[in-house]
Every structure is written in structure tokens, then in C-alpha cells.
Write a protein that binds this ligand. Structure first.
Ligand SMILES: Cc1cc2nc3c(=O)[nH]c(=O)nc-3n(C[C@H](O)[C@H](O)[C@H](O)COP(=O)(O)OP(=O)(O)OC[C@H]3O[C@@H](n4cnc5c(N)ncnc54)[C@H](O)[C@@H]3O)c2cc1C
Length: 466
């Protein structure tokens, strides 16, 4: 970028909020996916108005802008594909209003997700979506990716809690989308368009989220299985029995051993798979639901079911699941983590397919994830220096996505498309689906300057970012 352009940015944001040194820019060149592209400048916003000015300037000067929350994304969403400016949201991290009467909280988009629960606990409220990254991801990043979490089975995902948003559009207009009311049908459901828009349609600066009362009671347990098939069959069996646990997480043997090597969480190294199950609500209903769960587990050859007798024991059970990805990351130099998702009833088929595919391509894979949502994370453990292993992994991933689509599933349950799954989106939604996405993008961002190069390519005739 030219010196005069940097000066303009410094005038808008203050010199202390504009980073141009290469060492600083490298820090913002990657997220939790395996891609790296160094931006030309990194800026930190503190107000919505600054971001509006930035987008007007970027549009005048044809500069690409990539929004960034905490960079924990797993699909390359905050990687600046066209270099340009990385816009960091983490200084916009204030809680603006807590409204217990209407069970709402309004926050700036850069706030870390777990801060919400800490702030509303005194009102006996909680914010249900709890991605594994809850302690470090931002709420803006969660909205942009429609993040899911461990409680998704019973409580849904981010889109189910977004009520109202303040958004800066690609050409700098500031709009408020949605409503704080329980019901509203005034206009299109624009919240639905912006949730999951991966930073490509606008920059969320403020978000109002719905909250729920903290459940009075929880029952938690860990089911051990000698085959992955029995664990997978138990998941659909529990749902078919009419029980909706708040959590039903799957961890396979490779992941169990990676966790135990990383940190002793008391997981049984010899189990083929475990299911971490929790029910919540009134004490009597939690206990009745767990009794039903135990019947289904017994019918599916469970080896044992360890019930947590205290919240300390419960936290210990969850600790292993929370470090699963970090643990797998320490097994080999690199990993490729996927989140193909299927109907819950198809879980046994997709688990079997992952194993078959890994065997076919002679790859080491760990499987864990939100089994109750049909959302598993097959994680291929590889070394990027081994070109043949990388090639085999790409083939395996291609086959995995084809299988998920064949089973009526999706290439991504929660991590988004970004750069990582861009080559596969057309297989799922077809040319017509891509054309619809392009039309929405072109309407809001005719120069393709906001987070360009993600999710899908734009038709050739569009002006390209520089
Ligand atoms: C250990 C680990 C566990 C994880 N567990 C889960 C999980 O259980 N469930 C899950 O869904 N994900 C999970 N993730 C993935 C990741 O944490 C989520 O996708 C999260 O929502 C990203 O938030 P972020 O603030 O880091 O966003 P970033 O990675 O910085 O950005 C993600 C996308 O959002 C856009 N964006 C960010 N902020 C804004 C904004 N204010 N306005 C517009 N666009 C914006 C970016 O441009 C980018 O496209 C996990 C990641 C890790 C590393």
C-alpha cells in the first residue's frame, strides 16, 4: 500500500491502531487452518463509525478488507486472500447492555464468547452456543461462521440466538438488522443472510443475543464402547427413544489416546470409542432421561457408563473433550480437520466410511465431535513435508465429502467454507446455488472487496481487488 493510503488509515484509526511492519503483519496472516497470506496492513477498530469510514475509503481506493475476530477459524475465513487490509475486531469488546427482563444481551462483536456467560450468570441466565473455542473465539466470528457447540443438540447453534445486529456494509453504510422483539416479520429475514456470511457481506459491530435461564440440574456420564459402531448406533437410538441430551459428544480411540498423552483426563485408552452424555433441566426429568439413555446404551453393548457424582467429576469428564483438537495437533506436525455432517440416523454409515477411507489411503485419522448433531470432526494427522501423504489426504477428504453428500449431508456443519472447502461447495449446492450466492454478494459488494476469494469465485467480469 502507498504511504498516503497508510496515512489515511492512521487518521481514521490512530497511528497506534495501524500495523505495517512485516513482523506484525505475519501475526495476522493465518488462523487455525493450514493457510498463510500476509496482509499489507493490519488495523484495530474501536468504533462502528471508523469501520464505515474504512469501507468508504477501501471502495474508493479498491483495497480488499478482511475482517478478523480472534483468528480461531478452521476454514481460512480470516486469511487475507487478496492481501490488502486485515480489520481486527478484538478491541471492540464491550458489553453494551444486559436486559434480564427480556433475556437479552447486547455486545460489541469482538467480545470473547465465554465473557457472555460470566456477565449474565448473576441473573441466572446463560448463552447456550458453546464452541470448543468458547474461551478465545469472538462473538462476531461465531455469528459470521454460525458456530455450533457442545450444547447444540438441545439448544441449537448461533443463528438461533441472534436477535439484532449492527452491520457496516461493504460500501460503508451502517444498518441495523433484525429486532430485539420475540417476533418480527417486518422485511426479509436479513439476520439469516448475515449469520454464516463469513465476513463477505458486511462487518458485524454490535450483536444482541437471546439468553436462557440456567438449567437447575445436570446429569452427566461417560459411556465406553468396544466398537465405534455401537457408539454411533447409541446416538440415533437415544434420539429415537425421545430423549434430547444437552450434550452427546463422540471421541474415538485415536483421539482418546492423543488426549491421554497430552493431558491425563482419565479416559480409558483401550475403549474403541466413548460418548460423553449430559441431560439438563429439572432434577426428576434429568434423572428419568438418563435412565432411558442407560437402557439404549445397554441395548447397544455399552461396556460401562460412568456417571459423574459431583460437578468436579463432571468437569473432569468434559476436560478431555475440550482439549481433543489440541491433543490431536500434538501427534504429528500438521492436521487437516473436517466437519462433514450427516443426519443423525446416518452416523454409523459415516463413521464406517471415515475408517474405510483412512485405511484405503493409509492415513492416521482421529474422530471426535458433536455426534448428537450428526457433526463429527474426522481429523487427518499428517506432515505437510510429506508430499505423498498430503496428496493422499486431499483424495481422502474429497471422498469423504462425496460420501457425506451422498448420505444427504453437508460438507460443513459449523466451520464454514472459507478457503478450505471452497472447491467442494458446488458439489453440494450446484451451479444454481453458487449463482444465487454470487448474486447476493454482487448486490452488496459490487467490487468484491470485502473478504474476496472465499467460499466461491465471482464471475470473471467483476472488478478484482488489488
Ligand atoms: C480448538 C478449537 C475448537 C473449536 N471448536 C469449535 C466448535 O466446537 N464449534 C465451532 O463452530 N467452531 C469451532 N472452532 C472454530 C472457530 O473457533 C469458530 O469458527 C469461531 O466462530 C471463529 O471465531 P473467531 O473470532 O476466531 O473468528 P475468525 O477466525 O477471526 O473469523 C472467522 C470468520 O468470521 C469473519 N468475522 C470475524 N469477525 C467478524 C465480524 N465482526 N463481522 C463480520 N465477519 C467477521 C472472518 O472474516 C472470518 O471469515 C474451533 C476452533 C478451535 C481452534
Amino acid at each position: 500500500m502507498q504511504d498516503t493510503q497508510i496515512e489515511t488509515l492512521q487518521n481514521i484509526f490512530g497511528a497506534e491502531n495501524v500495523l505495517c511492519e512485516k513482523e506484525d503483519r505475519i501475526v495476522y496472516s493465518y488462523d487455525a487452518s493450514p493457510v498463510e497470506i500476509i496482509p499489507e496492513a493490519v488495523i484495530f477498530a474501536t468504533t462502528t463509525e471508523q469501520i464505515s469510514e474504512l469501507m468508504k475509503f477501501a471502495y474508493r481506493e479498491n483495497i480488499a478488507v478482511t475482517p478478523r475476530g480472534q483468528g480461531s477459524g478452521l476454514s481460512g475465513g480470516s486469511i487475507p486472500k487478496e492481501a490488502g487490509i486485515v480489520l481486527c475486531m478484538d478491541k471492540m469488546n464491550r458489553i453494551l447492555e444486559i436486559d434480564p427482563e427480556n433475556r437479552l444481551i447486547t455486545v460489541e462483536a469482538g467480545l470473547t464468547t465465554s465473557e457472555i456467560d460470566l456477565a449474565v450468570a448473576e441473573f441466572n441466565l446463560f448463552y447456550p452456543p458453546d464452541p470448543g473455542s468458547v474461551g478465545f473465539s469472538s462473538i462476531g466470528g461465531n455469528v459470521a461462521e454460525n458456530a455450533g457447540g457442545l450444547r447444540g443438540l438441545k439448544y441449537g447453534v448461533t443463528k438461533d440466538y441472534v436477535k439484532e445486529m449492527k452491520v457496516v456494509l461493504p460500501q460503508g453504510e451502517i444498518v441495523t438488522i433484525g429486532s430485539k422483539c420475540v417476533k418480527h416479520v417486518a422485511g426479509f429475514n436479513m439476520e439469516g443472510v448475515f449469520v454464516g456470511s463469513e465476513g463477505m457481506l458486511g462487518i458485524m459491530t454490535e450483536v444482541t443475543l437471546a439468553l436462557l435461564p440456567i438449567p437447575k440440574h445436570r446429569e452427566s456420564g461417560l459411556a465406553l464402547f468396544d466398537t465405534m459402531k455401537d457408539a454411533a448406533k447409541s446416538v440415533s437410538g437415544i434420539i429415537a427413544a425421545g430423549v434430547t441430551p444437552s450434550t452427546m459428544e463422540f471421541i474415538d480411540n485415536v483421539t482418546i489416546n492423543a488426549i491421554q498423552d497430552f493431558k491425563d483426563c482419565g479416559l480409558p485408552r483401550d475403549a474403541a470409542a466413548v460418548l460423553l452424555i449430559e441431560t439438563d433441566g429439572e432434577e426428576h426429568s434429568c434423572k428419568a432421561e438418563m435412565a432411558e439413555v442407560e437402557k439404549v446404551l445397554a441395548a447397544n453393548n455399552v461396556r460401562s457408563f460412568q456417571r459423574a457424582a459431583s460437578s468436579a467429576e463432571r468437569d473432569a469428564l468434559f476436560a478431555g473433550r475440550r482439549v481433543a483438537l489440541n491433543a490431536l495437533a500434538s501427534v504429528k506436525p500438521n492436521l487437516i480437520l473436517e466437519d462433514a455432517t450427516v443426519l443423525r440416523s446416518k452416523l454409523p454409515e459415516i463413521v464406517a466410511s471415515v475408517t474405510e477411507i483412512a485405511e484405503k489411503y493409509q492415513l492416521q485419522v482421529g474422530i471426535f465431535g458433536h455426534a448428537g448433531d450428526g457433526n463429527l470432526h474426522p481429523t487427518f494427522l499428517i506432515d505437510f513435508k510429506n508430499e505423498d501423504e498430503v496428496r493422499r489426504t486431499h483424495e481422502a477428504v474429497k471422498e469423504l465429502f462425496a460420501r457425506a453428500i451422498e448420505l444427504g449431508g453437508t460438507i460443513s456443519g459449523e466451520h464454514g467454507v472459507g478457503l478450505e472447502k471452497k472447491p467442494f461447495l458446488k458439489d453440494q449446492i450446484g451451479n444454481e446455488g453458487i449463482a444465487l450466492l454470487q448474486a447476493v454478494k454482487k448486490t452488496l459488494d459490487p467490487k468484491n472487496l470485502l473478504n474476496p476469494g472465499k467460499m466461491f469465485d465471482m464471475p470473471e467480469d467483476m472488478a478484482q481487488a488489488v
